[in-house]
Design a protein around this ligand. Structure first.
Ligand SMILES: [Zn+2]
Length: 369
């Protein structure tokens, strides 16, 4: 009896395989499944029913054979169903499943930072002015008080355009100051973001094409405190409310006086720095360095242990620049500032090498989109 049943079961397994080979549609697959696994009249069910006639000693052996056949049939049916689905037959799509995630695009980190900066200054009442990337040499240099012998004009730094004697690829976004001042009468306040170009070999901190944001405000009675207040408001919105600014004397041909601006490290230096400022009740330049230093992390990945981060250049618009643009420096004064967007990305998001921003590696860019 037991041998006979075992032979039958093996025969059923073979004929199932034979039938399965000829199944080419989901309907036929469903019919095959019903014939073998169906509750009422399925072949495997009938074998199970025959277990009643088997002796108690044989029961476990036969039961195991039947279960093995059942598992085999189930697995083979599932494999055949997957194969049919993979062949792209629309009737096999399961419409009750959640949709797969579609890749969604996002802003490149440089564009995202530019938009953040634009939004902050728009909220302070600034206008946004975009200028051309191929700029008049006169606007890029001369009107900005960069005389002909100035090293910035050197061919090492500037891309000249063949066939256009008076055009260069702008080396900074500052010529937009000139364009705006020639066309508008004060008071005004603008920022001008965009690309700039210099003949630099690409390395961790240089690129022949880079991005800047320029700011300019001109009105009656503008002085250095207005510049300081504006940059403090911007930096605290952008880097964190606890950061402290430090102004160091600097030199730019188009501003006088000029200042390089550092912020206290937002990772390791800012909490102590802001406390120091809060205690003194004022914000004297540089006085918070000791406060910031008290908590410095010598291994800080952002400030490398110095506690300060160089972020922008600024100053009061040089009277000669105002006069070059038809604005009376006796009546009006203004301030200007500029920052590199790549530098902001590196400082704020810890991007260690500027070239990473141009490699279009989605593993990096996807972190910010
Ligand atoms: Zn730090």
């Amino acid at each position: 009896m037991i041998d006979e049943l075992a032979k039958e079961i093996e025969g059923a397994r073979r004929s199932f395989l034979h039938e399965l080979e000829h199944v080419q549609s989901p309907e036929k697959l469903a019919a095959l499944k019903e014939r073998y696994l169906g509750r009422k009249s399925g072949i495997i069910g009938r074998y199970l029913a025959r277990l009643k006639g088997v002796t108690p000693a044989e029961k476990p052996v036969v039961g195991q054979e039947i279960n093995r056949l059942k598992a085999f049939v189930e697995e083979a049916l599932a494999g055949a169903r997957d194969a049919l689905c993979a062949s792209g037959r629309p009737q096999w799509q399961d419409h009750s499943l959640p949709a797969s995630d579609l890749p969604v695009g996002g802003f490149h980190l440089i564009a995202a930072i530019q938009r953040q900066i634009e939004e902050l200054f728009l909220n302070m009442g600034y206008e946004i002015a975009y200028g051309p990337e191929a700029e008049l040499e006169d606007y890029n240099f001369t009107k900005l008080n960069i005389p002909e012998f100035h090293p910035a004009r050197d061919e090492q730094d500037t891309f000249f355009l063949e066939g256009f004697d008076d055009l260069v690829l702008r080396t900074h976004t500052s010529p937009m100051q000139v364009r705006y001042m020639l066309d508008h009468r004060p008071p005004f306040k603008i920022i001008s973001p965009g690309k700039a170009f210099r003949k630099d070999d690409p390395d961790a901190t240089h690129s022949p094409c880079f991005h800047q944001v320029e700011g300019l405000l001109v009105d009656r009675g503008i002085h250095f405190s207005h510049l300081r207040g504006t940059l403090e408001a911007f930096c605290r919105s952008f880097y964190g409310s606890g950061i402290v600014l430090r102004f160091r004397p600097g030199y730019f041909p188009f501003t006088e006086p000029s200042a390089e601006v550092d912020i206290s490290c937002f990772l390791c230096g800012s909490p102590a720095g802001s406390r120091a400022q809060g205690q003194s009740g004022s914000s004297p330049a540089g006085s918070s360095a000791a406060g910031a230093a008290s908590r410095l992390d010598p291994d800080c990945r952002v400030c490398k242990g110095s506690g300060w981060l160089e972020i922008l250049g600024s100053g009061m618009v040089h009277p000669k620049v105002l006069a070059n643009c038809g604005i009376d420096p006796e009546e009006y004064s203004g301030f200007a500032f500029g920052m590199g967007i790549e530098r902001v990305a590196m400082v704020k998001y810890g991007v260690p090498d500027l070239r990473l921003l141009y490699e279009n590696d989605l593993r990096l860019l996807g972190q910010f989109g």
